[in-house]
Design a protein around this ligand. Structure first.
Ligand code: HEM
Length: 165
């Protein structure tokens, strides 16, 4: 499976966070930016996942041994779930918070530490920006980072009772 199928970026929905609704609908430049990111990731297929994890493990070497030796499918599932959570956040999906709480707790059992969420967000944002040929200050990339920060903060607080580092 590639991450591509997991990135249907909704463009017309109100934007909300996992714990609180974000004010207002996405601006046109944010919508266009997110669409561009989704299309670029879809076009790159499995290369996106490979590049993301290479970058993540460079930024956070301690995360590498937590994944099993043959964990490609788990890594793909994690990226797919991350994009499902982004879509749910944009859509204001009410079950998102509960799902993130469960994920936060399961990740503690995997051995994930709070400090690992930040490099994951950085790696994902950098890989997406590079893949889409967008500047990290562009509206779509900024919105991507915002959604990831909400998602990982929720997971971190659920898992360890405090925000990610
Ligand atoms: C946006 C943040 C993240 C999301 C949405 C996410 C989601 C997921 C999902 C859905 C799975 C599949 C198993 C399950 O449902 O529990 C998974 C597995 C896993 N995740 Fe994450 N994850 C995130 C961040 C991280 C980070 C920062 C790490 C740090 C190392 C991590 C480590 C793992 C590990 C070790 C597994 C199990 C892989 C295996 O079985 O070998 N995750 N993740």
């Amino acid at each position: 499976m590639s991450a591509a199928s997991a990135v249907p970026v909704p463009v017309a929905s109100p934007v909300r966070s996992a714990s609180a609704r974000r004010d207002g609908a996405p601006a046109a430049d944010e919508r266009i930016g997110l669409e561009g990111i989704a299309e670029a990731i879809a076009a790159s297929g499995d290369r996106f996942v490979e590049s993301l994890y290479a970058r993540f493990f460079t930024l956070c070497p301690d995360a590498r041994p937590i994944f099993g030796e043959h964990s490609i499918s788990e890594q793909e599932e994690m990226v797919a779930e991350t994009f499902r959570a982004i879509v749910a956040w944009v859509d204001g999906e009410p079950r998102l918070a509960t799902n993130l709480d469960a994920l936060g707790e399961s990740h503690v059992e995997y051995g994930v530490e709070d400090a690992m969420y930040r490099p994951f967000v950085d790696a994902l944002v950098e890989t997406a920006a590079s893949c889409a040929g967008q500047d990290e200050a562009s509206p779509g990339i900024r919105m991507l980072r915002e959604s990831l920060e909400v998602i990982t903060t929720r997971m971190s607080v659920s898992g360890h009772g405090r925000p990610n580092a």
